[in-house]
Design a protein around this ligand. Structure first.
Ligand SMILES: NC(=O)C1=CN([C@@H]2O[C@H](COP(=O)(O)OP(=O)(O)OC[C@H]3O[C@@H](n4cnc5c(N)ncnc54)[C@H](O)[C@@H]3O)[C@@H](O)[C@H]2O)C=CC1
Ligand SMILES: O=C(O)[C@@H]1CCC=N1
Length: 370
């Protein structure tokens, strides 16, 4: 399969400096350290062309032991670290921007906690506008500044106290939020929406002309630095905004720049995907309980099996390229053995088709929300 890092397309350090502005380009040593939080056995890989429209950026966390060997497959990354004329590096890994969340429920709180755990932000740089007393209490206890309902002054408070504003409400509420926020948006703001389905055009249309907007689809594993996120730059977003978005989202996992037409598919796959995997873990554990294992042991083995199998796709080759899952599956499947009996049952039950249809159904729902 193609190398994840797309090393052949990497620009020179000078190009990176131009593209990524004053925030460190992904793959730089200081950036790696920025991301060296409790979850990041970090190797970041980068694939980028000088043309903004073609920019394609990937980052992922890996096992520390793999890092050394895999780094040698990325000479351009090592080389760029030693060049003297690269982009200025910040003294600390913390993004200086103040970050505001309008709506901080499941996804918003996971992002907040993930950013702080990764070291890219701190609770005292983050604020949130929330609606319920329960959310207010929960977020207050984290130590961030909490404002009230966005429709009753909270949006103005967030704008006054933030440089980057995340829109973390349900898509159905977004129009009202944009209306409340719009009068308070200034050229200093970068507005990042995580709402499923809502297009860049809709976001830009609801905000003052020229507003810098980014659309992101994260997922809840950002809480533990293991997100799979994709993002689209709005028409007014700058290279620095791209850099900042990448810095934020790659601090909590994999971050990929995609074209907007791909965002519904992204939403059906990685946005919603954790739910499918949780169901699979639960069902695998149920099967083991049926076969005689105690629940706690079954759950631990099921979850670790999913982690191990997924990491094999990224890491089994040992050279930084991904391995096709069918190849890995075949290595588990002995002739007349146990695995093929299980695999035959999955095929009879239509598991592949069910997963394909699940992703497509969620992608279609995302399309409808837009
Ligand atoms: N939950 C997930 O796994 C993912 C969610 N998203 C997107 O994230 C957004 C939020 O989703 P969840 O966090 O799951 O929903 P949620 O319902 O847990 O959080 C939304 C929060 O917004 C708050 N809110 C609503 N109106 C408000 C107002 N006027 N002022 C202040 N706060 C207000 C709600 O009280 C709630 O706490 C959605 O647009 C969704 O599409 C994106 C990726 C994954
Ligand atoms: O279910 C939803 O609509 C949100 C968007 C992606 C994941 N959760």
């Amino acid at each position: 399969m193609s190398p994840v890092g797309c090393a052949a397309n990497a620009g020179t350090a000078r190009e990176q400096a131009r593209i990524w502005g004053t925030w460190p380009a992904p793959g730089k040593a200081s950036f790696l350290h920025t991301n060296a939080g409790p979850f990041s056995r970090a190797r970041l890989e980068r694939c980028q062309t000088p043309e903004r429209s073609e920019r394609n950026v990937l980052a992922r966390c890996e096992d520390g032991q793999q890092r050394h060997a895999a780094s040698s497959a990325l000479p351009e990354m090592v080389e760029s670290e030693s060049e003297p004329d690269e982009a200025p590096q910040p003294q600390s890994g913390v993004l200086p921007d103040r970050i505001g969340f309008i709506g901080a429920g499941q996804m918003g709180e996971a992002l907040i906690r993930g950013f702080v755990a990764s070291g890219i932000s701190t609770f005292d740089r983050i604020s949130a506008s929330v609606r319920s007393a329960e959310r207010q209490h929960a977020l207050n206890s984290l130590g961030l500044q909490v404002f009230g309902n966005a429709l009753e002054g909270g949006a103005a408070d967030i704008a006054a106290n933030s440089d980057v504003i995340f829109l973390g409400v349900k898509p159905q509420y977004l129009d009202g939020i944009l209306e409340a926020l719009s009068p308070h948006v200034t050229p200093k703001h970068l507005v990042i929406s995580i709402a499923a389905g809502v297009r860049v055009a809709g976001l830009e249309g609801g905000l003052p002309e020229g507003t810098r907007v980014v659309r992101v689809m994260p997922n809840t594993p950002c809480l533990i630095g293991q997100a799979a996120s994709a993002y689209v730059l709005g028409n007014n977003a700058t290279e620095e905004d791209a850099s900042k978005t990448y810095a934020l989202m790659s601090s909590v996992g994999l971050a990929i720049n995609v074209e907007e037409r791909m965002m519904d598919a992204v939403t059906g796959l990685s946005g919603s995907g954790p739910a499918y995997v949780f169901m699979m873990v639960e069902a695998l554990a149920d099967g083991a309980v049926l076969a005689g294992l105690p629940r706690d042991k079954a759950l631990a083995l099921a979850a670790q099996t999913v982690i191990g199998a997924a990491r094999m796709v990224f890491e089994a080759s040992g050279d930084g390229t991904m391995t096709h899952p069918a190849v890995l599956k075949d290595k588990v499947t002995s002739p007349a053995g146990t695995t093929i009996s299980g695999v035959a049952e999955l095929e009879t039950s239509g598991v592949r088709g069910a997963l394909i249809r699940a992703v497509r159904a969620a992608a279609r729902r995302s399309e409808e929300l837009g």
